[in-house]
Design a protein around this ligand. Structure first.
Ligand SMILES: Cc1cc2nc3c(=O)[nH]c(=O)nc-3n(C[C@H](O)[C@H](O)[C@H](O)COP(=O)(O)OP(=O)(O)OC[C@H]3O[C@@H](n4cnc5c(N)ncnc54)[C@H](O)[C@@H]3O)c2cc1C
Length: 501
């Protein structure tokens, strides 16, 4: 068993390292030419209108406006004015001030800038949707019903498509934008944010695989598909890489049998992303991932989600019974599930952490707003004048700032060239620490508010029950601490026995 684990880990690390190198290279190339062809051809038309002697066929994404095309400052100003006239939403000033002055004035970089300026702002969208979600949050929490209408809004407005990369026709929202938008949603309704989180980060992870898997899932999502993910199992817990759900090879596909726990977002999902293990030629288990349209038969709810926190996430327990899955629904190759996960772990852990930071932000806002208003007759002034309230609010703000800074650092870390284990641990430690801080912020908020924070009418008690889920969702803290400690101390992580005898 120990040897198998060691070998599996080595395979993961080896593949992940080479994939990272390749992805880093592709991304660096794409950085220069991410603009989609329509944007590029529109831009070329503008360039030719300003300088009619240009030959369009000689203009490419890497062509420099100043060096290759001879644009002087007057030409650039005329170009900016022309573009602004036709696309008032697109402001070229930041590009002129940045890319152009830094000598990075390629046609591709300008087209890229324009594309970004013209696309949807998902943080603004989250802010637009948040008030209605906040209004419904208490009702969904009370009855434990799934927020179908919130999810429908997220689909209708294109929020669920935000992480479709531009090469697959989407807006390609980056990790930073996703995390900020998720914080806003979580502050309004944590259950809605956590449910859609399984979709947006899962989509981003599959999309980064590229190829047919990415292509069809992006197309399905742009047509309204919603993904829920089921990797946890009773008896496996958060040790996802060892699924006990079996995938038996049959003609044309696999037959799945097993159990899934905590299937967040199941009631609203159109597609299920789930794991199972098949046996290879040597009889060894190989974890696999499948993304299947939600079936009418073969998967059934055996226990409805009825929990203390995140009550409206519909995180049901499911039985998978003789469920036939065609080959075409498998994602990646057998045995590569851990690889898929490790290469995309920043999408998972940063977005998870964002949900809980969002709850903490909302808690601090709620507490400060209440304490400014609430007057105790014994002091005859708002509670905000009490030193204890001031100290605890300052403690809340400090912890929140630390959580946000740690999350930001992880969002902007180099996700491509760090070693896979170090990268996985950085992201995991961040998620662990950020969710702990978020939990402390809300707990301090309860102390500041006093007993009234416990009554069901107070949004703080819901936040308190929701934020604790951050400590329970993966990665398991003990596993992270073990791995990180061993890594720091140069003790082999996957060696057996795990502890000194
Ligand atoms: C609100 C909520 C929503 C969720 N949504 C989803 C979802 O959509 N999809 C999904 O797949 N899962 C989901 N999960 C499940 C989650 O991913 C974890 O798998 C699950 O919470 C862990 O299982 P467990 O709680 O049974 O704990 P276990 O994994 O059994 O852990 C119990 C304890 O043992 C420790 N432990 C576990 N493994 C080890 C180990 N190898 N070495 C040392 N210590 C260990 C842990 O640190 C913990 O203290 C959700 C969980 C929650 C709370």
């Amino acid at each position: 068993m120990a040897r198998i684990q060691l070998k599996a880990a080595a395979t993961v690390v080896g593949h992940a390292a080479s994939r990272r190198l390749v992805r880093g290279y592709i991304r660096r190339r794409i950085n220069v030419i991410t603009a989609s062809p329509p944007e590029l051809s529109t831009l070329v038309e503008h360039l030719v209108a300003v300088k009619p002697d240009l030959r369009p066929q000689e203009i490419g994404p890497r062509t420099s406006l100043t060096r290759d095309l001879g644009f002087d400052s007057l030409d650039l100003v005329r170009l900016a004015a022309r573009i602004h006239e036709q696309h008032p939403e697109a402001d070229l000033t930041p590009w002129l001030a940045g890319a152009c002055q830094a000598g990075a004035d390629s046609v591709g970089s300008m087209a890229d800038h324009l594309a970004r300026a013209r696309r949807r702002d998902y943080v603004a969208l989250a802010r637009e949707l948040a008030p209605a979600f906040a209004e419904r949050a208490a009702r969904h929490d009370a009855d434990g019903g799934f927020p179908h209408e919130n999810l429908a809004e997220l689909v209708r407005t294109g929020y669920t498509a935000m992480t479709i990369p531009r090469e697959y026709g989407g807006d390609g929202a980056g990790l930073g934008e996703l995390c900020e938008a998720q914080q806003v949603l979580a502050g309004a309704c944590a259950s809605t944010a956590f449910s859609v989180n399984m979709h947006v980060h899962g989509l981003a992870m599959i999309a980064q695989l590229g190829g047919q898997d990415a292509e069809w899932v992006c197309r399905a999502v742009s047509e309204g598909a919603v993904i829920a993910g089921g990797f946890s199992e009773p008896g496996v817990g958060g040790n996802w890489w060892h699924p006990t759900t079996k995938a038996e090879r049959v003609d044309g596909g696999y037959v799945l049998n097993g159990r899934k726990g905590f299937f967040t977002g199941f009631p609203g999902a159109t597609h299920l992303f789930l794991s199972a293990a098949t046996k290879d030629d040597r009889g060894l288990p190989q974890p696999m991932a499948f993304l299947v349209p939600k079936p009418d038969e073969g998967i059934r709810v055996i226990e409805e989600w009825d929990a203390a926190g995140m009550r409206a996430t519909g995180s049901h327990t499911l039985a998978i019974e003789d469920f036939f899955v065609e080959d075409r629904w498998s994602v990646g190759e057998p045995g590569k599930l851990p690889l898929l996960f490790m290469t995309g772990v920043h999408w998972a852990w940063c977005s998870f952490a964002s949900v809980f930071v969002g709850i903490a932000r909302a808690a601090l806002e709620h507490v400060t707003a209440t304490q400014r208003r609430r007057v105790l007759s014994v002091i005859g002034k708002p509670n905000a004048h009490l030193p204890g309230v001031q100290f605890r609010v300052a403690e809340m703000a400090t912890r929140l700032a630390a959580a946000r800074a740690h999350l930001e650092a992880a969002v902007h870390a180099d996700h491509d060239t760090a070693g896979p284990i170090a990268h996985y641990l950085d992201m995991s430690l961040m998620k662990m620490q950020v969710t702990r801080l978020a939990h402390e912020v809300v707990t301090l908020g309860m102390q500041v508010q006093g007993g009234s924070s416990l009554v069901s009418a107070s949004p703080l008690q819901r936040m308190y029950r929701d934020v604790i889920a951050g400590l329970l969702v993966p990665p398991a803290a003990d596993v992270v601490l073990e791995w990180a400690g061993k890594h720091a101390l140069d003790v082999p992580i996957f060696a057996e026995p795990r502890w000194a005898e």
